[in-house]
Design a protein around this ligand. Structure first.
Ligand SMILES: [Zn+2]
Length: 248
């Protein structure tokens, strides 16, 4: 709780990253969450890892230990064999109860416009997982507008644009959300004035908060308290939207 609002951080990473050397444990994340008044976090593996099954196991263990604090997301290289991809996403959904599937086009170059990417979205839909797509850095495949195509091919599937396209492409994220009712926007990495512009154009029931990394958590959540928002808007962004989208 923070100032009377429940807070859901919809973008965090647990485990060990091969590309950056970063690590994060459940205990470390909980300490940061408690300091910033975060009730629940979506745990996502880093995009480049040595062993994605092991990273998913770590997230599953964190959820088992703290079911009231954590929700899980799967993330793996989409270009492993189709059977391996299916099998691992099924394991994450059915055995672990994960609620989302992450795509990080900067490190996992899947073209969301191509029908060759259908398997990714079909798999998420099959196991009732929301798609979290990193957007912004990693263009062109990480451009928010490319997910309009996927959102129209899979109109029942929630697609969350992580980082809202970043400060360069956030206007494109606004347009994507305006033309697709199943596109949602996660506001991490935007400056407060960018967030205000997104909030002015997209209904709060399609917006959510995220931190990405612990050292950004206080700034990312804090900006939603310093912006001049109605209590209803703040409550929707911080809690109600993610709860609904992740089916909790
Ligand atoms: Zn991320």
């Amino acid at each position: 709780m923070r100032d009377g609002y429940r807070v859901f951080d919809t973008h965090t990473h647990l485990g060990a990253a091969r590309h950056s050397g970063r690590t994060a444990t459940a205990g470390e994340l909980l300490r940061h969450m408690d300091r910033s008044g975060v009730d629940r976090s979506l745990l996502i593996p880093f995009p480049v890892v040595d062993d994605y099954r092991q990273q998913h196991n770590l997230i599953a263990a964190a959820i088992r230990a703290h079911p009231d604090r954590f929700t899980g997301a799967a993330c793996l290289n989409p270009f492993v064999s189709p059977d391996e991809f299916q099998g691992e996403v099924r394991r994450c959904a059915e055995e672990f109860g994960f609620r989302a599937l992450k795509l990080q086009p900067q490190y996992q170059p899947l073209n969301p416009v191509s029908r060759r990417s259908d398997f990714f979205f079909e798999t998420a839909a099959r196991y009732s997982l929301a798609v979290v797509a990193h957007t912004g850095s990693g263009a062109p495949f990480a451009l928010p507008s490319l997910f309009i195509s996927a959102a129209r091919r899979f109109p029942e599937l929630p697609i969350i644009l992580g980082h809202a396209g970043g400060s360069v492409y956030y206007l494109e994220a606004i347009v994507a959300a305006q033309v697709c009712p199943n596109i949602f926007i996660e506001l991490s990495s935007l400056m407060p004035h960018h967030c205000a512009e997104v909030i002015a154009h997209v209904e709060p029931l399609r917006l959510m908060a995220g931190s990405d990394l612990p050292e950004s958590l206080e700034a990312e959540i804090g900006k939603l308290f310093t912006l001049d928002l109605t209590p209803e808007t703040r409550r929707a962004i911080l809690w109600e939207t993610p709860l609904r989208v992740f089916g909790l």
